[in-house]
Design a binder for this molecule. Structure first.
Ligand code: ADP
Length: 190
């Protein structure tokens, strides 16, 4: 199973990604987590990643590709993956698609998790009080949602055109979202 979760901040792609990975026995590759881990490293690369993340800006495509591609290739050889937050720009999507075609491991489906902006904002503010991520502050949250609309929004059309997009209402309890994703996946042609 090779799946991409396409979702704005706060839509629950981390939660759903973990569940789907367990359900299908594949790796959960969370771009934000891998980049945050990389940002901990001493040196200029770590500092550059940390600066972009703290502002709520996307990390530059080339850095993202350098960090994510090895994980994707590794997982492709072990049954597949649930990609959470990668690709997130058209340039990343075309680079990933070229590589996947070369390796014969194209995506089976893209799940687009949708929820109203005020729901997303409230969830992120609630989470901020628990785990204190540097980018879970009101002004940075607003910026992340704008960046999603501008940079990642075009991927909805891109994957719709490829005929593999499933849209799921993420403004529901986590179990209902999981059930809707599984129902959506079961309608795809094998
Ligand atoms: P969220 O979806 O709530 O913003 P993530 O952990 O997925 O949380 O991402 C956090 C940050 O990590 C993003 O704001 C961005 O700086 C960086 N990031 C994650 N994935 C990508 C990506 N594919 N391309 C560029 N930057 C990314």
């Amino acid at each position: 199973m090779r799946l991409l979760l396409l979702a704005p901040p706060g839509a629950g792609k981390g939660t759903q990604g973990q569940r789907l990975a367990a359900r299908f026995g594949v790796r959960h590759i969370a771009a934000g987590d891998l980049l945050r881990a990389e940002a901990q490293a001493e040196g200029p690369l770590g500092r550059e990643i940390a600066t972009h993340q703290a502002r709520g800006d996307l990390v530059p495509d080339q850095i993202v590709l350098d960090v994510l591609i090895p994980a994707v290739v590794e997982a492709a050889g072990h049954g597949g993956y649930i990609l959470d937050g990668f690709p997130r720009t058209l340039q990343q999507a075309t680079a990933a698609a070229e590589l996947a075609a070369r390796l014969g491991v194209t995506l089976h489906a893209v799940v687009y998790l949708q929820a109203p902006e005020e729901v997303l904002t409230q969830r992120l503010l609630d989470r901020a009080s628990q785990d204190g991520r540097a980018d879970d502050k009101a002004d940075v949250i607003r910026h992340r949602l704008e960046v999603f609309a501008e940079m990642t929004g075009p991927l909805v059309r891109y994957y719709t055109q490829r005929g593999i997009l499933i849209t799921v209402d993420a403004d529901q309890p986590p179990d209902s979202v999981t059930a809707d994703i599984e129902a959506g996946l079961s309608t795809l042609s094998p």
